[in-house]
Design a protein around this ligand. Structure first.
Ligand code: OGA
Ligand code: NI
Length: 365
């Protein structure tokens, strides 16, 4: 088993400080190789923004006879075809969403010394950070972030969350619990769509008391050369499900679909949901995590809030027995979530390489 590192391999540079220094050219470390650069708006072959399927969550639960078939089918198709969907009427207060976004904008606008009090390390990643992988000399992305744990409650340590703005801890706790509740509902919907018992995926994650959840607030500063870099490199999310509140005013999330990068057009007050690698494993690839990335721009900063709904750390994950057939045996070998996450953290964003590497030997012959 790999050991986690206790400190970063190089001095950390805050991207926000770099951007604020007024540089006209970004440092070499942020410049992507030509094939990994985004093709921005001047490329007419690239559609500007696309509509990712939208599901009305109220419809889903409105039927007297259990979940509404049509809405279930809509989620199922989006999971199969996109790995992404948006939900509206999800039950989380719009006011709470707005206030939580605002508080994080305020946090990132605090003086650097205040934010540095929460500087993180690769030991747990909790706190204020600017990189994901720990490989020395690795290419860097144009973003800073704040990462914190919301679940399980036994591991939550609010003293690691920002004390300023004064309302931050309370808002994050309330927002976190609402979104985690929504995550639980989504797990039921996905279980049923897979033809499993309603609580099946949740059980495979270790049960309601034990599931993990964390929040990553990403801050993508304005960038003087947005065509040369990325706010977040292509990756699939390692955990179960991601519930993203994108910046409503500034786009940037791109999803890979049939080999092209499409920019997601956020629907007001919606959450963007995507399938993570562990649902791919449990569903034996009936649902697959999809690569996504974030582009930046030269006009506006962007803030997004991603809540990752994850299995318990020491939970062993493998394809659900009920989904296996003679023609479709288990595609993945069992691995604990903690072990899986460590490999991702060591390497940083690496597209879908990690989940592919879990394939049982007979599948990759
Ligand atoms: C992530 C992610 C997208 C965004 O944090 O894993 O994909 O829009 N974020 O910030
Ligand atoms: Ni992601």
């Amino acid at each position: 088993m790999m050991k986690s590192l206790l400190c970063w391999p190089e001095p950390v540079i805050r991207v926000q400080s770099l951007a604020a220094s007024g540089i006209r050219e970004i440092p070499e470390r942020y410049i992507k190789s030509p094939s990994h650069r985004p093709s921005l708006n001047n490329d007419v072959s690239q559609p500007q923004e696309v509509d990712v399927p939208v599901v009305d969550f109220q419809n889903l639960f409105s039927s007297d006879r259990g979940l509404c078939d049509e809405a279930l089918r809509c989620v199922h198709n989006a999971c199969r075809e996109w790995g992404f969907f948006q939900i509206v009427n999800h039950g989380v207060s719009h006011e709470l969403m707005k206030r939580t976004c605002e508080v994080w904008h305020e946090f990132f606008n605090l003086p650097l010394e205040e934010k540095q009090k929460y500087a993180n390390t690769p030991a747990t990643y909790e706190g204020y950070g600017s990189r994901i992988g720990v490989e020395k000399g690795a290419s860097l992305d144009w973003s800073d972030y704040f990462f914190l744990l919301l679940m399980p409650l036994s591991l939550v340590n609010q003293s690691k969350w920002p004390a300023i703005p004064a309302s931050c801890r309370e808002l994050v706790a309330e927002y976190g619990s609402e979104v985690v509740r929504l995550g639980g509902k989504l797990m039921k919907v996905l279980s049923m769509n897979l033809g499993l018992e309603e609580d099946s995926l949740l059980k495979s994650f270790g049960g309601e008391e034990n599931v993990g959840a964390c929040l990553r607030v990403s801050y993508y500063p304005k960038c003087p050369q947005p065509d040369l870099t990325l706010g977040l490199s292509p990756h699939s999310d390692p955990g179960g499900l991601t519930i993203l509140l994108p910046d409503e005013n500034v786009g940037g999330l791109q999803v890979c679909r049939k080999g092209s990068w499409l920019t997601v057009k956020p629907v007001p007050n919606a959450f963007i949901i995507n399938i993570g690698d562990q649902i791919q494993v449990l569903s034996n690839a009936i649902y697959q995590s999809v690569e996504h990335r974030v582009i930046v721009n030269s006009n506006e900063d962007r803030v997004s809030l991603a809540i990752f709904y994850n299995p318990k750390s020491d939970q062993l994950l493998e394809p659900c027995k009920k989904l296996l057939t003679k023609d479709r045996p288990a595609l993945y070998k069992p691995m604990t979530y903690a072990e899986y996450r460590l490999t991702i953290r060591a390497k940083g964003p690496c597209g879908k390489k990690q989940v592919e590497s879990l394939k049982s030997p007979r599948q990759s012959d």
